[in-house]
Design a binder for this molecule. Structure first.
Ligand SMILES: [Zn+2]
Length: 184
């Protein structure tokens, strides 16, 4: 499963809903089956038992993967941002180690076996349901080839990037480069 519902775009501009697949909101109470009434702010309240329906955020993981003088990007075959380039990424399953999730997603999308080495950053925005973790990763084996939910894949120099899907992709790359420099 690929993600990339840009958890990061739309911050402060009231445009958040265009980027994320609207995540399914429950209509009925998990305790009593009563109808949930949305409130002006905060969680919906059950019309039957009065419980509040608290919803968890959703965790996604992406990888920055140095490969042949560049970093690996995939061209999205799904909305939002169909046809644009972004980092390989996906949702973390419940019970799954985050590093394992990113390694699995990268293999599914690009054919590369990678190792997630260190956390570049954790990215969230007010009003967004998705929290994105980004890892620096290293290729252990495999050949780069577009697979699931990718139209294309390639390796691009940080100064020769194609148009990226999401507003904050550039910030993620800048964070990554700053940490790389610090390690040298
Ligand atoms: Zn209820």
């Amino acid at each position: 499963m690929l993600l990339i519902l840009s958890p990061l775009t739309g911050e402060g501009q009231g445009e958040g809903s265009r980027l994320t697949h609207p995540m399914q909101q429950p209509e009925y109470c998990s305790a009593c089956g009563g109808k949930l009434n949305p409130q002006a702010s905060g969680p919906a309240r059950c019309s039957g038992c009065g419980r509040l329906a608290y919803l968890d955020p959703k965790l996604a993981a992406a990888a920055i993967i140095p490969y042949r003088d560049g970093i690996v990007l995939v061209r999205r075959a799904i909305e939002p941002a169909y046809g644009k380039w972004s980092f390989p990424s996906g949702y973390v399953n419940r019970g799954e180690k985050v590093e394992s999730a990113v390694e699995r997603e990268v293999l599914e999308e690009t054919g590369l076996h990678i190792k997630a080495r260190w956390l570049v950053g954790l990215y969230s925005s007010a009003g967004q349901q998705v929290v994105l973790s980004v890892y620096h990763a290293e290729v252990s084996s495999g050949e780069l080839a577009a697979r699931d939910e990718a139209l294309d894949t390639g390796s691009f120099g940080p100064d020769k990037l194609p148009e990226l899907a999401f507003d904050h992709d550039a910030r993620i790359i800048a964070d990554w480069q700053r940490q790389l420099r610090r390690q040298r």
